[in-house]
Design a protein around this ligand. Structure first.
Ligand code: AMP
Ligand code: ZN
Length: 468
């Protein structure tokens, strides 16, 4: 697979640090409100990259944080007269509901910044010891000029940056040795959450959070680090500086950034008031429509949100679902269950759609073109399969369609349409897995069935199942 690496500004062949395994970190949202559909873009895009890597056989350790200590959270808490904790916990729970609705898989780990303060104090301590950071009146700053690689991700020239910064003096700036130095730790202000530390009673800066959570859950070096393009500078540039000064090793090998989501061709922003929360969209559309809409553009292209485009995505989803539902009917009918001799060519053609889909996804996760392949497949099955087809061919076509859609996180078959036969096949596979002591696979199947709303009961007569 080729990935466009922001670090080199080129598409590069993806080679993980450890064969067969991928360590991936995606910067998560700051939780002070419902997430908006702009925040949903990196969630959907990088969940799809993850699903595709898993489809290719990689084991993906996927970490995505929640930033649960931040000025905006404190402000929201003060406005409501509650603690920051109440706000962040509430919106983490709401965010998880939205993620589920958008079919974004839970990360392997979703660390919370507030639960990782010890690691942050530790990393800041190391940076001070190594002379990459300094204390001033309870604040700890990173000494930017001490890291020769500063600017390598964003391609920024330090002298230009420095003169730009000099023009805008901010209070507290006089404590800095250099205007480019950034905060690792800041002392407590009245009414703010704070932790004891050797530097002062205070809280961490935003950038150190991700360096620490990434190191703890994925190690000093990771394969892919991702987020929206607004994070390239300063957030990701600063993460690189902190992590690489601390470990002496390259931090992330591939940096992936999604472009922004606009509304009616204008930048979506809270201040302009032209944003929608995922929750608002959910009251008007199936969130699978939002997902299909997001993936209909390449992740590095700006994407415009409009009612027309959402309606177009809704009818696209409908076309996929109608095709899947028809295949489901065809494959369930009592007709020849074996592939007919004249169908071998069509069966081969079906495989061709998988390799074409993979080809598109191998090219820097080109979901827009991969979706076109799905529609070619829909057209193919609508024309080439009918009442005369064998159950086997219809089953194969359905499997192909649901698999490709599954990589995109799109459910081709609505949950209630999942065939009893498919469920029984999975249960049988689970029994086989247990017999061969492959408990990991058996658990995976149980979880998959659970996600499909199927509950298993082990009885004397064997495994029974019910729909929830
Ligand atoms: P935040 O909560 O602002 O830290 O953002 C969480 C994630 O959403 C980051 O990866 C941002 O880059 C991304 N993001 C925020 N707004 C947009 C937008 N309008 N379009 C695409 N990504 C966005
Ligand atoms: Zn981050």
């Amino acid at each position: 697979m080729k990935i466009f690496n922001t670090l080199s500004m080129k598409k590069e062949e993806f080679v993980p640090l450890e064969p067969g395994k991928v360590r991936m970190y995606v910067c998560g949202p700051t939780v002070y409100n419902y997430i908006h559909i702009g925040n949903a873009r990196p969630m959907i895009v990088f969940d799809t990259v993850r699903r595709y890597l898993e489809h290719k056989g990689y084991e993906v350790n996927y970490v995505s944080n929640f930033t649960d200590v931040d000025d905006k959270i404190i402000k929201a808490a003060n406005e409501e007269g509650v603690s920051s904790d109440v706000i962040s916990k509430r919106y983490i729970a709401e965010c998880k509901k939205d993620m589920e609705g958008m079919n974004v898989l839970p990360a392997t780990t979703h660390p919370l910044a507030t639960e990782e303060i010890d690691g942050m104090i530790d990393m800041i301590g190391t940076l001070i010891r190594k002379d990459y950071a300094y204390k001033k009146n309870g604040t700890v700053y990173f000494r930017t000029r001490s890291f020769p690689g500063y600017g390598k991700l964003s391609g920024k020239n330090l002298d230009d940056l420095r003169s730009g910064f000099r023009k805008i003096k901010v209070s507290g700036e006089e404590d800095k040795e250099d205007p480019l130095d950034f905060v690792l730790w800041k002392p407590k202000k009245e009414g703010e959450p704070a932790w004891e530390s050797p530097f002062s009673e205070g809280r961490p800066g935003w950038h150190i959070e991700c360096s620490v959570m990434s190191r703890k859950y994925l190690g000093e070096q990771i394969d892919i680090h991702a987020g929206g393009e607004d994070l390239i500078f300063p957030h990701h540039e600063n993460e690189i500086a902190q992590s690489e000064c601390c470990s002496g090793k390259q931090f992330a090998r591939y940096w992936m950034h999604n472009a922004f989501l606009n509304i009616d061709n204008k930048k979506m922003s809270k201040s302009l008031g032209n944003f929608f929360t995922v929750r608002e969209i959910a009251s008007r559309y199936d969130l699978q429509v939002l997902r299909l809409f997001m993936l209909s553009a390449h992740y590095r292209s700006p994407l415009n949100f409009s009612a027309e485009l959402m309606d177009a995505a809704a009818s696209s989803l409908d076309r996929i679902r109608r095709a899947a539902s028809r295949l489901s009917d065809l494959s369930g009918k009592a007709r020849p269950s074996e592939l007919l001799p004249e169908e071998t060519e069509k069966a081969e053609e079906l495989k061709g759609f998988i390799s074409r889909f993979d080809e598109k996804m191998d090219d820097d996760a080109n979901t827009a073109d991969a979706i076109s392949v799905v529609f070619d497949l829909v057209r193919f099955v609508n024309v080439e399969l009918g009442e005369e087809s064998s159950g086997a061919l219809a089953g194969l076509a359905l499997e192909t369609l649901t698999m490709l859609c599954g990589i995109l996180g799109i459910e081709a078959l609505k949950k209630e349409e999942v065939l009893d036969a498919d469920i029984e096949a999975l249960i049988e596979e689970r029994q086989e897995a247990r017999k061969s002591r492959n408990f990991a696979r058996a658990d995976e199947i149980r979880d998959q069935l659970k996600e499909m709303g199927i509950e298993l009961m082990d009885t004397k007569e064997g495994v029974k199942w019910t729909r929830k």
